[in-house]
Design a protein around this ligand. Structure first.
Ligand SMILES: *Cc1c(COP(=O)(O)O)cnc(C)c1O
Length: 466
């Protein structure tokens, strides 16, 4: 007898109760498609001599197939990597106020480019430009899709076919193929490098200025630091030199927080307000790094220059959508009350969380982790860790933190990889890191309200890594 004839038909499988339930949830098309794939696969392996699966096995494969296809790709995860602003995990989580504003803007029509008072057409930048000016001391502001786009728009508008003078020590690459020299040439500007990697002086800039110079530029070297015999020209001196020659002085701040994070014990990071006060004509920074908002590129500075940027047709191509503006407006509004940033802006709260608080959380959660690791040849304990800020912000500084270290009992480290995979396979994947023979889970970014969910899925996952 031909073993293939034992395989049920598509219709027969579809009539099973388990699949009717799947059709209810996901629709007929995807379930039928998966049934066909599962049967085709069974036919092909049976032809190669594998046993023909029974109906229950086939139904289970269809169930697993439909689940795999319908799981969203952009899934929430627990970020226990120890890097707070993790670019691969979406950088800053939004504060609840921003989430609410974003959802409201998504759900119903909103006054995106509409002036409710006059009933006339509005400008989408107006949603945040007043707040940005208030928070930075700038005359005017505009917003694009990210800071890379902000730098690109600035160069393309103010320096086409002209020269931009930058210190050699600032020709940086930021992850994801943003390199200052490349962005410069793509934007149509000519890079003029001055000084050396470690030392650049005012006279280096002064000697490079000529009639083809469009601007002086400073790039905040946010993702690395050089130490030792170094010199960079103070911003106020560069601004004065540029203004002597009627040239704009622009700064790409990168992270650019709007508050002085030093009051929270974090290292000082230059702010747009300081840059403007030092004489910068335009400053660009990211919305989703230390600021703790949505992905966006913010440009603040002189009104006449912002007007020029907004007239560039590229601005239309780089503009942000209503969801971004809704979230950004809500986050900026929180900065009006700098005293409570550490409570209200999620990224700032995570960055300022005391190590003792994190260690106490680790003590509460250790039993759930130990239950999940039950029976495996590993030990799990609470350890002091150092978190990173991430996204190239404050690259050298580490924040005292706490979490778990899982170590193999024997010499073999393979068990750690299996546990790490097991954690990623949980309903809300847990992302940690393996370092120096240990699996490390830094709890800095686990909020108190997430603890029950975190513990429950660990407790339910007995045999993690087996
Ligand atoms: C991060 C960064 C950028 C790019 O900003 P995105 O918002 O990621 O596009 C550009 N310049 C500097 C100095 C940066 O730190």
């Amino acid at each position: 007898m031909n073993p293939l004839s034992q395989l049920p038909s598509v219709d027969r499988l579809l009539s099973a109760a388990a699949l009717a339930a799947l059709v209810d949830v996901h629709g007929r098309a995807i379930v039928t498609g998966t049934v066909r794939e599962v049967l085709a696969e069974a036919r092909s392996t049976a032809r190669e001599g594998a046993p023909v699966p029974d109906e229950a096995a086939l139904l289970a494969r269809v169930g697993a197939g439909v689940t795999a296809k319908t799981l969203p790709k952009l899934r929430p995860v627990f970020n226990l990597t120890g890097t707070v602003l993790h670019t691969n995990l979406g950088r800053a989580p939004l504060p609840e106020e921003a989430v609410q504003a974003l959802v409201a803007a998504a759900r119903s029509p909103c006054a995106l480019e509409y002036d409710i008072d006059s009933g006339g057409r509005g400008d989408r930048d107006d949603i945040v430009s007043e707040l940005l000016c208030e928070l930075t001391g700038a005359e005017a502001a505009t917003v694009v899709n990210n800071n890379a786009a902000a730098v690109f728009l600035l160069l393309n508008t103010l320096a086409p076919k002209k020269q931009v003078i930058v210190s050699r020590g600032e020709l940086i690459e930021i992850g994801g193929a943003f390199r200052v020299p490349d962005i410069m040439s793509r934007a149509g500007a000519k890079l003029v490098e001055v000084g050396t990697t470690n030392r650049t002086h005012l006279k280096d800039f002064a000697e490079a200025i000529n009639p083809r110079t469009a601007m002086l530029m400073k790039v905040h070297a946010s993702n690395y630091a050089i130490h030792g015999f170094t010199h960079a020209v103070p911003e106020a001196e560069l601004a004065a030199l540029a203004h002597q020659h009627q040239l704009p002085f622009v700064i790409d701040l990168g992270s650019g927080t709007l508050a002085d994070l030093a009051v929270y014990g974090l290292p000082h990071e230059p702010t747009p307000r300081e840059a403007i006060a030092a004489g910068a004509d335009l400053v660009t920074f990211s919305g989703d790094k230390l600021l703790g908002g949505p992905q966006a590129g913010l440009l603040v500075g002189r009104r006449d220059l912002i007007v020029k940027l907004k007239k560039n047709p590229l601005k239309r191509a780089l503009r942000v959508g209503k969801l971004t503006l809704a979230a950004l407006e809500a986050v900026l509004a929180l900065y009006r009350d700098p005293d409570r940033l550490h409570l209200r802006v999620t990224a700032v709260r995570q960055l300022t969380r005391p190590a003792a608080d994190i260690a106490a959380q680790a003590a509460r959660l250790l039993p759930a982790l130990q239950a999940a690791l039950n029976g495996l040849a590993v030990t799990a304990g609470i350890v002091a860790l150092k978190s990173q800020i991430g996204s190239g912000s404050l690259p050298v500084d580490r924040l005292p933190s706490a979490g778990f270290a899982v170590r193999p009992q024997g010499r073999k480290g393979g068990v750690l990889n299996r546990i790490e995979q097991g954690l990623r396979a949980l309903p809300k994947p847990v992302i940690g890191r393996i370092e120096d023979g240990a699996l490390l889970l830094d709890l800095r970014c686990l909020a108190a309200h997430e603890e029950p969910e975190f513990a429950a899925q660990l407790s339910a996952s007995r045999g993690l890594g087996t």
